[in-house]
Structures are given as structure tokens and as C-alpha cells.
Design a binder for this molecule. Sequence first.
Ligand code: IPE
Ligand code: IPE
Ligand code: MG
Length: 260
Amino acid sequence: MAGGRFKSSTRDIPEVTSVPRHIAVIMDGNGRWARKRLMPRVAGHSRGVEALRAVIRGCIERGVEYLTVFAFSSENWRRPADEVSFLMQLFLKSLQKEVARLHENGIRFRVIGDLSRFDAQLVSIIREAESLTAANTRFHLTVAANYGGRWDILNAMSRLMARHPERRDGFSEDELAAEMSMSYAPEPDLFIRTGGEKRISNFLLWQLAYTELYFTDTLWPDFDAAALDEAIRSYHGRERRFGRTSEQLKAAVEAEGPNA
Ligand code: IPE
Ligand code: IPE
Ligand code: MG
């Protein structure tokens, strides 16, 4: 059960490391990046894949263990059909091109989200990539595709209820967390949203309970290693109190280190 493997931010005080262990990113601003250059919006998506490649490398070099990126939300189906189909093709092509390299670099790849609306070819390449990289432990890359935070919570609850139809007294946080799509990862330490909007847009609603939030106007295709360092620098300036007072936190750090 995931509840035992990673500490829940609401039930325990999770481990706080100087480098964020898990970074979650809303890669926003591709369309505006392209429009500023009088290019079609989708050109921004293509450039966005290059930015992601650089950020994966940057995270590995800095000792981050988990990177979770929002590639397509459950609400992005509302976009024009040609943009949606371009994004699906881009996902497919990028996977075909990159999977071998991800594997060579010891990266475990996973997709979270409802894949039932994706075409069979895309689903099969996702599943192949997941199984090819299943034994890798150096770095965990998760792509959220047709993902919605509300879907994730409802899905987890439905699974629990189906498994325990007899249960009358409800479920524990640990039981629910174990059914969530990111039960294999610690909760994100740092959330980054590029592109200037200050909202969560139905990303990891459950998992972001105590995550440090960082918003930047930088458009995703321009987000590079220096921008990543800036986000991590901002994270270093945060005091992660998890409900305690600043004095309690300082006393705990003096007594037993930052994880106390
Ligand atoms: C984010 O960039 C990528 C996806 C949502 C797929 P956008 O396409 O939202 O870019 P903007 O926000 O319109 O600039
Ligand atoms: C959020 O970006 C989803 C992804 C980056 C995949 P959007 O651009 O779709 O978010 P809203 O619509 O501005 O909230
Ligand atoms: Mg956007």
C-alpha cells in the first residue's frame, strides 16, 4: 500500500530534502509562444517537446527523482479538432522517437490519465514504453494525458467501493491514496506552472495538498535549465511548515534535522 511507502502530507510530516524530490509541471504557453512569432499554435507544441527534453535532463542533473508533466487535460478535448489531433500525433511521434533514449538513460516512463479515448496505436505504444522501462529506477517521468484531478479522485473512490462493497464506515486516507494514479510517487514538493496563469486547471488536486506552488510568466517553449534553477531557488526560500508554527519547525530542524 502506498500509504506505507511515502508519508502523506496530511497524516505525517513528509521528508523535506534540499533538492525537490518530485516536481510537477503544467507546461503552458505553447500557443502564445507560437503566435508571438506569427506561427501556427501547434508549432509551439512541437517546440514544447524540446523544452521537455531539456527539463528532463536538467532534473536528472540536479538530483530530482520524479518529474510529472501535464501534457493534455481532460478539458483539452474542447480545443479545435485539428489541434487535438496534432497533439495526439505529436505524442505518438515523440514517443516513437524518444522511448529508446529514455530507456538508455535509466528513466522509468509512465502515463497517468484515462487512455480509453486514445486511439489503439497510441495506447499500445504507451503500454510498450511503460513495460520496456518498468525496471528503471534512476528517474521517474510521468506524463499526464487525458488526466483530470477530479477523475483521479473519483476513479480511486470507485475502485475502493467496488473492492469493498460491504464497507459501511468509509475509507481511510491511506486506502484512497493507494488507489490514486500516482500512488507510486511521493507527493510533489514543487509545482511549476509556466505561461503566466495562476491556476491548477484540474491537475493533481489530491496530490498538491502541501506542494509549494511556483508560477512564472515564461512560456513553456522558453523554459530552460536556467528557468528550472530559478524555480528551485524559489523553492529553497520556502518554509514548509505542514501546519506547524515557524518556531516549531526551527526547533524540530535543530533537534533532528529537517525531516523531524
Ligand atoms: C499548453 O500550451 C499545452 C497544452 C495545453 C496541450 P497551450 O496550448 O495551452 O498554450 P497557450 O496557453 O494557448 O499559450
Ligand atoms: C493546462 O493548460 C493543461 C496543460 C498544460 C496540458 P491549459 O492551457 O489547457 O489550461 P487553461 O485552460 O488555461 O486553464
Ligand atoms: Mg494554455
